[in-house]
Write a protein that binds this ligand. Structure first.
Ligand code: FES
Length: 68
């Protein structure tokens, strides 16, 4: 679980909020961190947000699995 609210900026270099990242993960059914980077450019500048982006992805994958 992450502590981010939907409107919190997760990647300040790309100005991406949690909601922005979640939307791309859901819309494109992304599975890997690399795919999230390719689609959003998150964590491609300084990388300090990488762990947070990964945590958001993991939450989404878990939710996807639970939904079946
Ligand atoms: S904060 Fe995400 S690349 Fe710098």
């Amino acid at each position: 679980m992450t502590d981010f609210e939907d409107n919190d900026i997760v990647c300040r270099h790309m100005q991406l909020t949690k909601a922005d990242i979640v939307k791309v993960i859901r819309d494109k059914q992304l599975k890997t961190f690399e795919q999230v980077q390719d689609e959003t450019d998150a964590a491609t500048i300084c990388g300090s947000c990488a762990a947070d982006v990964e945590a958001i992805l993991e939450d989404e994958l878990k939710k996807r699995e639970e939904r079946g």
